[in-house]
Design a protein around this ligand. Structure first.
Ligand code: NDP
Length: 286
């Protein structure tokens, strides 16, 4: 039976480190890091996500600067708000909660965020910096995946890593972060031939597919590390990942549960990114 990777405990460690980094920033530069959140419309799930992020900020000493616009807000209004936040010295990070209402071009809004404040790591410049191996803000979920791999001492150098999923949010950035750490990376997607064989070759498997319990235990290499990014609600109401947990846990050496694996890491890495952005911006100013 695999060791179950405790995402909640690791996220708590990240939060403690972040709180210490906030204190350090206050002492050294007299600055309190601030995260601006933008919520458009009245989607209850989005409102809950933003509320959780704001609460998490406050717990580690990050100031939360919250802005709400009605569902009827125009694209120009949202972009204007973002541009205003780009100019505010107390907003070191800017997070626009997705999805935006259907009439809004989300890309155009995300592109308006200053890359230096892009704590979600989704701006094309942040993505380009990741691709080029330059310093910059990386997307939160992929960072959380890497942190969980480090928490179990994964030796990534030369390891065979298979990422299932090629989204801009998860699959592609995870693959680049693994490559940066010298893994030999294969990215699989819906057109991949013989997915089971690809997965069977993986020392490290990252599943970001969005299909409940899609990856079967028998595909998984004995003794591998399995990181399940998926969050899916089954018809019976249970939350499950993209990997069939019980059968996979019988073969893997380490595996993340759902919930309680990658999920808690995402917000923790957002906090950590906000403090990193604040340090960079404030060091430039001082
Ligand atoms: P997307 O839907 O954007 O991407 C899914 C990827 O999976 C695509 O690249 C797609 O391939 C691939 N895929 C779909 N079906 C198959 C298949 N049958 N065989 C092989 N590959 C397939 O999803 P995201 O990357 O945004 O999210 C993935 C999962 O992670 C979701 O469950 C989501 O809820 C979860 N998630 C969790 C987060 C967290 O905080 N823990 C944060 C973000 C996401 P193709 O490109 O060919 O269509």
């Amino acid at each position: 039976m695999a060791n179950i990777i405790d995402g909640k405990a690791e996220a708590e460690k990240v939060r403690l480190e972040t709180a210490a980094a906030v204190d350090e920033l206050r002492r050294e530069l007299g600055v309190a890091p601030g995260l601006a959140t933008v919520l458009v419309g009245d989607d209850p799930a989005s409102a809950t996500y933003v509320r959780n992020k704001r609460r998490s900020c406050e717990k580690v000493g990050i100031q939360s600067l919250h802005h709400e616009l009605p569902a009827s807000a125009s694209q120009a209004q949202i972009v204007d708000l973002v541009r205003g936040l780009n100019e505010r010295p107390d907003a070191h990070g800017i997070l626009v909660q997705l999805p935006l209402p259907a009439a809004i071009d989300s890309r155009a809004v995300l592109n308006a965020i200053s890359p230096d404040k892009d704590v979600d790591g989704l701006h094309p410049i942040s993505q380009g910096r990741l691709m080029a191996g330059e310093d910059g803000l990386r997307p939160c979920t992929p960072l959380g995946v890497m942190r969980l791999l480090d928490s179990v001492g994964a030796d990534l150098k030369g390891a065979r890593a298979v990422v299932v999923g090629r989204s801009v949010l998860v699959g592609k950035p995870v693959a680049l972060l693994l490559l940066e750490r010298h893994a030999t990376v294969t990215i699989c997607h819906s057109r991949t031939r013989d997915l089971a064989a690809e997965i069977g070759s993986a020392d490290v498997l990252v599943a970001a597919v969005g299909v409940p319990e899609f990856v079967k235990g028998e595909w998984i290499r004995q003794g591998s590390i399995v990181i399940d990014v998926g969050i899916n609600r089954r018809e019976d109401g249970r939350l499950v990942g993209d990997v069939h947990f019980e059968s996979a846990a019988a073969r893997a050496a380490h595996i993340t549960p759902v919930p309680g694996g990658v999920g808690p890491m995402t917000v923790a890495m957002l906090l950590s990114n906000t403090v990193a952005a604040a340090r960079r911006l404030e060091s430039r100013r001082s």
